[in-house]
Design a protein around this ligand. Structure first.
Ligand SMILES: Cc1cc2nc3c(=O)[nH]c(=O)nc-3n(C[C@H](O)[C@H](O)[C@H](O)COP(=O)(O)OP(=O)(O)OC[C@H]3O[C@@H](n4cnc5c(N)ncnc54)[C@H](O)[C@@H]3O)c2cc1C
Length: 391
């Protein structure tokens, strides 16, 4: 099949799938993105993403969207504090005053919207949930969607996140519960309304850790502090404790009990927030996660290497994957060479990169929530082997 008629489908309009589509289109390669959400507003809910210069920001540069990113991104403090449960500060990284934000943040919706706006109209088919893929010979696959539509493609790229429907055709791996749940809440306008919390958290991230538990707080570029109560234990902790997760006061009470004995300044993070709590059990794929090269299929982003967010640069990697895959395919398109070889080259670089990142993410979470915490996390931070990136 000559590369000019090569049909590419990307499943999932998250950061990884969208940047892949954008870079392909910049090089004149036709592509269609299928997304289950009905429009960009429904894509990738959650907190802001901090993107690194060498990975996420570099991918946006290749996509020709550096100016749009700069306009939408906000500087965010890079200070990092490690405390114990008494509130004693064990470690502090304080960037020099005036240092430009190495990892500016952008809202997930803003990022997805600027990518969607950069695509040719009609590139994303909203409301298209991929149900199954049927091999049709010669590396081609027929994609069947929930709305009854179906089409056959020469390459299907699974950019469909944690519970990918493309992944089972390549590997038997499924995401497993990491043993850690984050319960998320937040406080707005901390400088004016919660000055003691503003001082506690500083200009960046504060982690208070002790014996398998953690209170992690991150100030974003809008003066809001996101708080994650990290608990090691069952993903059904709330049900087992008889707590309805929709009942904010019941969750607050259960968390204050779980963190009993922690310094009152730290407990204020749970006590003083006016909003509800979101339960986020953390899942990850086994490490390493690789697959035998299979013509006509590949994965990128969380579909390829879901990792826990505390020290895992998930969005950065998704953007880097999407950009690199598109560049290799575009080169094959330009020179009329074999696109399957382009996918092999992409996968050969992807596997070691994602394995190293996933190992780091697992090591970071393990150290942060270890029975002897904060000892190991302190050790990793001193050696600069723990870089909290998310959540
Ligand atoms: C709370 C939180 C905070 C985080 N903070 C950071 C951070 O600061 N920095 C960072 O680098 N990473 C962060 N991460 C990780 C990051 O969000 C993910 O790694 C990133 O979104 C992965 O992008 P993706 O494009 O691979 O997948 P996703 O963003 O998950 O997108 C997948 C898309 O596929 C669609 N989809 C799924 N199944 C189908 C289907 N069958 N058919 C059609 N469409 C489908 C989904 O609707 C979705 O739009 C954070 C994660 C969480 C949970």
């Amino acid at each position: 099949m000559p590369p000019t008629t090569f049909r590419i489908a990307i499943i999932g309009a998250g950061p990884g799938g969208l940047v892949c589509a954008r870079v392909l289109q910049r090089y004149g390669v036709p592509v269609t993105v299928f997304e289950r959400a009905l429009g960009p507003v429904g894509v990738a809910p959650g907190g802001p993403l901090e993107l690194r210069a060498a990975t996420g920001q570099a991918a946006l540069r290749v996509a020709g969207l550096e100016r749009e990113f700069r306009a939408a991104a906000r500087p965010v403090g890079q200070e990092l504090r490690l405390l114990d449960r008494t509130g004693a500060v064990l470690h502090r990284d304080l960037p020099e005053p005036g240092t430009p934000a190495e990892r500016p943040e952008i809202g997930r919706r803003e990022l997805c919207r600027l990518l969607v706006d950069s695509l040719a109209p009609g590139t994303v088919r909203w409301g298209s949930y991929l149900r199954t893929l049927h091999p049709r010979g010669g590396g081609r696959h027929q994609a069947v969607f929930d709305d009854g539509g179906s089409a056959t493609f020469d390459l299907v790229v699974g950019a469909d996140g944690t519970w990918s429907r493309v992944r089972p055709l390549l590997s038997e791996a499924t995401p497993h519960y990491s043993g850690v749940t984050f319960v998320e809440t937040g406080l707005d306008d901390v400088d004016a309304r919660h000055p003691a919390i503003a001082r506690l958290v500083g200009r960046g991230t504060m982690m208070a850790l002790s014996a398998g538990k953690g209170l992690i707080a991150r100030r974003d570029g809008r003066g809001r502090v996101r708080v994650y109560a990290a608990l090691r234990g069952s993903e059904d902790w709330a049900r087992e404790a008889g707590v309805n997760t929709a009942d904010a006061e019941a969750v607050r009470g259960a968390l204050l009990t779980a963190f009993a004995g922690w310094h009152d300044r730290l407990l204020a993070l749970l006590r003083d927030g006016g909003e509800g709590f979101a339960n986020r059990p953390l899942f990850a794929l086994p490490v390493p996660h690789t697959w035998p090269h299979t013509p006509g299929l590949t994965l990128l982003g969380d579909a390829a290497h879901l990792m826990t967010p505390l020290a895992g640069p998930g969005a950065d990697l998704a953007l880097q994957d999407g950009c690199e895959l598109a560049q290799h395919l575009a080169e094959a398109h330009t020179w009329q060479t074999d696109p399957d070889r382009a996918v092999r080259v992409y996968e050969a670089a992807l596997f070691p990169r994602s394995t190293a990142a996933a190992e780091g993410a697992a090591r970071g979470l393990e150290a942060a929530l270890a029975p002897d915490a904060p000892r190991r996390a302190h050790h990793l931070l001193r050696r600069r082997h723990l870089h909290p990136h998310g959540p």
